[in-house]
Design a protein around this ligand. Structure first.
Ligand SMILES: [Zn+2]
Length: 142
């Protein structure tokens, strides 16, 4: 999904949660993960294209990542990370900021899972490791 779509969803859900909790830190944490998790695309961009600070070039390349990248690691796009965070919240009674950070990351991954043409297990980091991060094994219709 586009950054603007993640922003709309994160602002909406974050706004609703803020209405009930009045936690600005939680709200900002949700925006941080809900929107900016996509910064991990830049790691793959640098590995395959080299360092660049041309936002539009980076954005257009990453938007169609299945066409431009041989491999995608996307280290933050990970259901394992989501599961770890939810377990940490439950077992260590982590505060509202961690809860909202985890809500933002969960939302981001679920929306990416629904809107991107990927195989069902694509957002499990272990699946991408098993497939050697090969883009053609992560996306459908390639
Ligand atoms: Zn994403």
């Amino acid at each position: 999904m586009k950054v603007s779509g993640h922003a709309v969803i994160s602002l909406t859900v974050g706004g609703i949660l803020y209405y009930y909790s009045h936690s600005l830190a939680g709200f900002l944490g949700l925006l941080l993960t809900g929107i900016f998790v996509d910064l991990d695309h830049y790691i793959d961009y640098v590995r395959e294209q080299g360092i660049s600070f041309d936002y539009m070039k980076i954005y257009s390349t990453c938007k169609d990542g299945d066409k431009h990248f041989k491999k995608l690691t996307l280290i933050l796009h990970s259901y394992e990370l989501v599961i770890f965070l939810w377990l940490a919240i439950v077992f260590f009674n982590l505060n509202i900021m961690w809860q909202y950070i985890t809500v933002g990351l969960t939302l981001h991954l679920v929306v990416d899972q629904i809107t991107n043409r990927v195989v069902p297990l694509a957002y499990f980091f272990s699946y991408r490791v098993a497939k050697n991060f090969e883009t053609k094994k992560i996306f459908i219709d390639r």
